[in-house]
Design a protein around this ligand. Structure first.
Ligand code: CDP
Ligand code: CDP
Length: 225
């Protein structure tokens, strides 16, 4: 295996980034880092404290004071700890999903998160997923993937995930929510969601997560052998 190799997976919500990145990391024996979970954890803390999400200084101070840990346990579940509390479920609540892009657009918050993400990846083989991993966090990543899918396919996946948790959400409202988050993430001035010029763009609208993992693993193993 090539020493200290990083793989960046970016793309819009529901493209399958976490599913693919986690399985790829397991197959390759790499560390998986979910950068979105870090922005979600800060957003959860800000919402709990009733902070004004447009107040960059408060949010920056909050990010600075917060301890965020990501672990992947043997059954491949990624757990997220905020100041020692397990917030794995809480950060996926719709309230957090609706507000996270507001927090993630603040340059002061991003600066702190990016620094921590680079530290987590230092001298390790990692698969890191997010929005700006290939463009900002790890611009020297050995392989950059931009994973996407049609808004309808992504909303349908979200709907199935929610159904499995006992929530029935109409497809239309999920398409709208995803489109709004895409718009906010793509139009912001700092680290917008765009493919790195050297990214491999994969449209997974008609692919299973397993097929996507297989395609990427084949390329990585082909390269490093
Ligand atoms: O899982 P999902 O695609 O819904 O989103 P996520 O990866 O958990 O990220 C949540 C939000 O955090 C995104 O909509 C972005 O606003 C922000 N984010 C970011 O700005 N930069 C990253 N590297 C990762 C996430
Ligand atoms: O991280 P991101 O928001 O990009 O997506 P995710 O949280 O991995 O959710 C994607 C959902 O769609 C999961 O339930 C996957 O099993 C499913 N899926 C996928 O990830 N990739 C496909 N090509 C097809 C379905």
């Amino acid at each position: 295996m090539v020493p200290s190799m990083s793989i960046a997976i970016d793309g819009p919500a529901g493209a399958g980034k976490s599913t693919v990145a986690r399985e790829l990391a397991r197959r390759l024996g790499f560390l998986y880092i979910d950068t979105g979970a870090m922005y979600r954890a800060i957003t959860l803390k800000a919402l709990r404290r009733g902070l004004n999400l447009a107040d960059e200084e408060s949010l920056k101070a909050l990010a600075n004071q917060s301890r965020i840990e990501l672990t992947t346990d043997p059954d491949r579940l990624t757990r997220v700890f905020l100041d020692g509390e397990d917030v794995t479920r809480a950060i996926r609540e719709p309230e957090v999903s609706r507000h996270v892009s507001l927090v993630a657009r603040l340059p002061g918050v991003r600066e702190i998160m990016v620094r921590r993400q680079r530290e987590m990846a230092r001298c390790k083989n990692v698969v890191m997923d997010g929005r700006d991993v290939g463009t900002v966090v790890l611009p020297d990543a050995k392989l950059k993937i931009f994973l996407t899918a049609s808004p309808e396919a992504r909303a349908r996946r979200r709907q199935l995930d929610l159904q499995a948790q006992g929530h029935h959400v109409p497809l239309d409202s999920l398409i709208q929510e995803i489109a709004e988050r895409d718009r906010q993430d793509s139009c912001r001035s700092v680290a917008p969601l765009i493919p790195a010029p050297d990214a491999w763009i994969i449209d997974s609208s008609h692919l299973s997560a397993e097929q996507v993992v297989e395609m990427i693993a084949a390329r990585v193993l082909g390269r490093s052998s």
